[in-house]
Design a protein around this ligand. Sequence first.
Ligand code: PLP
Length: 334
Amino acid sequence: MYASAAGAKELLEDCRQRLTDILTCDPEDLVFLSGATEANNAVLAHFAAKRGKVAVSAIEHPSVREPAAGAALIPVLVTGHACLDSLHILLTGSDPPPMVSLMAANNETGVIQPWQEALEMCRRKGIPFHCDAAQWLGKLPAAGLGECDFLTGSAHKFGGPKGVGFLKIRGPFRWLKGGPQEERRRAGTENLPGIAAMVAALEAREAALAAQLPGPEFRNAFETLVQRSIPGTHIVAVTSPRLWNTSLLVLPSHANVKWLARLSRMGFEVSTGSACSSGGGASEVLAAMGLPEDALRRVIRVSALPEHSEEDWLALAAAMAEVHASLRDTDKAG
Ligand code: PLP
């Protein structure tokens, strides 16, 4: 009942309104929470526990796949796309899933997924559709994503702080109990500074995207250079539409950790997988795409910020050529 609390409440609801303006959905359908992992768990665990065998793509983040225990998997094609023919078969079968989950863009390959088509297919059947848009938001315009029945977003993927995100939901369900916050759907004091920073970050990215949509030219020039200087390098899903900032490479020789250590000493921060799955062994996404076991240990993933210039991309390509030469020299010496 005191002024500072009222001010905080006002700011919270202002943030909710501004976020829904970007997503074009109703403020009542938006819940603030700790990030994409919590959002995905809330939706998938709810459906898997209450309504049974949900359908998720084989390339979903573990925070979708694990709570969807026993889910029907929508396979992935060699192009890195979830297979819509398989989704069609699931939706028109005798026991259709109670909900479907397909991400907007993949966190490892960057491949843009056919979420609009999947949403339409589900809508025709009256089946709720969830989209994990953690990788899409802030890199491509958010327009249309608010149409999904359930939508996941995470602030640190678009320049906001870690530990805050949102979930657009439809229907009455609760996953954290013990408080009145967020209409009792997600109890616990809201992270207001994080929420305010998240909304400001997404607004800034949306404005920048509206002014100029980044293209894949710098990334493509980098890939061409790497393929030229390191023969035998395979670019995963090279012909598929991908996020402009992501490149996933299978190098011809040496374990990826050797490349990473050398590149790190030269000031380049690349990873063996997406930030949230690196360090956890071989990539399940690439295994689902049919990459052989030995290739999985030679994978490195590069992802850029909007601030990165063409020079940055080309400097990384030059550094990789240097690492390639130094690894060869070490082999010869050995
Ligand atoms: N979903 C996708 C597609 C991701 O790339 C990640 C990785 O960060 C997550 C979910 C998990 O997000 P958070 O770190 O916000 O829990």
